[in-house]
Design a protein around this ligand. Sequence first.
Ligand code: PEP
Length: 246
Amino acid sequence: MKVVAGNWKMNMNYKEASALFNSLNNRLINDVEVILCPPSIYLSEFSNKLKNVKLAAQNVSSFISGAYTGEVSAQMLKNIGVDYCLIGHSERRALFNETNEVINTKIHLLLENEISPIFCCGESLTDRESGVQNEIIHNQLELGMNGLDLTQLQNCIIAYEPVWAIGTGLTATSDQAQEMHFFIRNYLKKRFQIENEILSQIPILYGGSCNAENASEIFSKNDVNGGLIGGAALKEDTFSSIIQSF
Ligand code: PEP
């Protein structure tokens, strides 16, 4: 499956968000799963109009229900027709103290509610400069996906997002992306004992300053199945040309 997901983060007022959603949603897109991740306040309205795109939440509560002011549960997201949810984004890890254990709890809650996690992992610049990126990703996958079985894994999307490339304009080279995606796929193969055919169907997306200029080079790599796009997802023309970059 080819996937392009646009993470809008906390950007765009209602008018801007509706205009971007409507134009992307009305466009027929062959062969690519296009997932929009708007701020949660827009999800309910957009989900009533879905045609050519899918919706992802940017976050979910780690609690099931109850006295958790400000939180939105996995069941609530499912009730309004959300199919995906970002989990483990580096901004949530760094700014909201999300640990691998919290991420794991959220992944289980999402899967129990039939929402597919888009599980983000990525190393910092210091990690990469010290050459420990594989260990870091291995650890994030091991703890974040703790307790999942193969069927559950088949309902997940993985996004490799090197922290040093997010919002910085520094992109991983296509070879660096391929190398890490291959490492991740190999990890999944061993951990879940998956046959190659099933393994190849698990989408692994690249994220980190991916744009209309570099997307086709990155997407051309064997183990890269698409992208998780931040800044470049906020403009219709750039996001559309990324979608057409396969
Ligand atoms: C992201 O935040 O997931 C991301 C990839 O951002 P950007 O494309 O702006 O680097």
